[in-house]
Design a protein around this ligand. Structure first.
Ligand SMILES: [Cu+2]
Length: 458
């Protein structure tokens, strides 16, 4: 965490704990800024009581929660819409539009019943608005430019006031020059916690926005007119290998929430577990209606959350199941060369173009390991290295790291999973498997490590 953030957090805590002075009451609150693309630790609600009711905070993947101040019973936030620079992964920084220094904007966390006042300052080069996707509010607070309010002109600050009527998850984004402003990265997550913190309680609660950009390799500004052919598939404006791992303590009940603000659907698949779909942007799914999945498709403009008990340690992949969405910037016009023997031709070409490479005749796996010459400011199509070699991934891919014995509030990357001896797929050599040769007699049930199905109901 950087110093500015520490300072702001301390500042926010002071503001929420103290009464806002008469003079400050009429002033727009400070707008905290974030200059790092890292996952910030959960912003714990103040325990003093006058900072608002208590709740269990969420963790925003490669993001942060916006501090607020209490002012005469109103929870006040300040969003600044502005051009930002966002590192999508080391080696590539994009020129985007976002809020308070980053794209996506900070997560807004509230509690059911909170009266919120959200100041929005427009530092973009054009007008904007903010629409509060899914929230139940007075029509004039809905943020549709031209329909429910005048556009927020450049340089002006507007204020939105409403009550958080129900708990759940929601999003915010512009409803002004929407195609351009969404393509430039303007999104954010809203979490409204239940009034009773024991309700829907989990130990770890992760949130992210699914977004996508079309940025020509070597460029930094997204093409804003692209309809479908995006080349950077992101979670919170971040791509593999730079999406933070989801660090989980063994035995924790875990919730993962995501909202889709791209132009296509994303089947989000998690390995190693089955899970229950417990929440959409429409509300909590009643227990009797929750259904089991191992992949959950999230349509355009929709949100989904699932829950599971982390009973099996390991490094479990979590990714979009569209295989083109686990790739980074790539040319889709590359011809398929599988089975084509072009060695003779290549020798001739190399005489003319010394850097020419023969690629793709056995598949494209070489590309995961090859150090390809790339223009500045782009990312390899397939990349990342794990404990067993090249991962050959990109885009919407991360790892749920379930570990024994980590602290309750610890989200630090614990490194790679240490597999128990004999539990990793291996080359068959004709020898008896390690697990069986260890015991001459039939192994006890405990040694077989049979996993019982987990019931998802609380
Ligand atoms: Cu996808």
């Amino acid at each position: 965490m950087n110093h500015r953030r520490n300072f702001l957090r301390a500042g926010a805590a002071l503001l929420t704990a103290a009464t806002v002075s008469k003079a400050a009451q009429g002033a727009v609150p400070e707008a905290p800024m974030q200059d790092k693309p890292d996952t910030m630790p959960p912003l714990a609600p103040p325990e003093t009581g006058n900072g608002g009711p208590p709740y269990n905070p969420v963790v925003t993947l490669n993001g942060w929660t916006l501090p607020w101040r209490m002012n005469n019973g109103w929870k006040e936030f300040h969003l600044v819409a502005e051009p930002v620079r966002r590192q999508l992964a080391p080696g590539m920084t994009a020129r985007l539009w976002g809020y308070n220094g980053q794209s996506p904007g900070p997560t807004l966390e509230c509690v059911e019943g909170d009266k919120v006042r959200i100041f929005v300052t427009n530092k973009l080069p054009e007008h904007t608005t903010v629409h509060w996707h899914g929230l139940l509010l007075p029509c004039g607070m809905d943020g549709v430019g031209g329909l429910t309010q005048p556009q927020i002109p450049v340089g002006k600050t507007f204020v939105y006031e409403f009550e958080m009527k129900k708990s759940g998850m929601f999003m915010y984004h512009p409803h002004a020059d929407e195609m351009v402003q969404m393509a430039m990265g303007m999104h954010g997550f809203i979490v409204v916690h239940p009034k009773n913190p024991a309700l829907h309680r989990v130990d770890r609660d992760f949130v992210f926005i699914i977004n996508a950009f079309d940025i020509e390799p070597g460029a930094a500004t997204p093409r804003v007119n692209t309809m479908l052919d995006f080349n950077l598939w992101c979670w919170n404006s971040r791509v593999f290998p730079a999406i933070s791992p989801l660090v989980v303590r063994k035995g924790d009940r875990v919730r993962i929430r995501f909202g889709n603000l791209t132009m296509t659907n994303h089947p989000i698949h998690m390995h190693g577990y089955d899970f229950a779909v417990t929440l959409t942007d429409g509300g909590w799914v009643p227990k009797t209606a929750q259904w089991p999945e191992v992949s959950i498709d999230v349509g355009v403009g929709q949100m989904r959350a699932f829950e599971f008990v982390a009973d099996e340690p390991g490094d479990w992949a979590i990714h979009c199941h569209k295989s083109h969405h686990t790739m980074n910037a790539m040319g889709h016009k590359v011809p398929t060369m599988i089975g084509v023997d072009h060695r003779g031709v290549a020798e001739k070409i190399i005489k003319l173009i010394p850097d020419y490479m023969v690629m793709g005749d056995k598949g494209m796996a070489d590309m995961g390991e090859m150090e390809m010459p790339l223009p500045d400011n782009t990312l390899p199509m397939m990349t990342g290295t794990g404990p067993f070699g090249a991962l050959e991934m990109g885009g919407m891919f991360s790892v749920v790291k379930v570990r024994e014995g980590i602290a309750r509030n610890d989200y630090k990357d614990p490194g790679w999973f240490k597999h128990p001896p004999g539990s990793v797929a291996r080359e068959w050599t004709g020898e008896a498997p390690v697990a069986q040769s260890a015991s001459a007699s039939a192994p006890a049930a405990s040694e077989l490590q049979v996993r019982k199905p987990v019931r998802h109901a609380h």
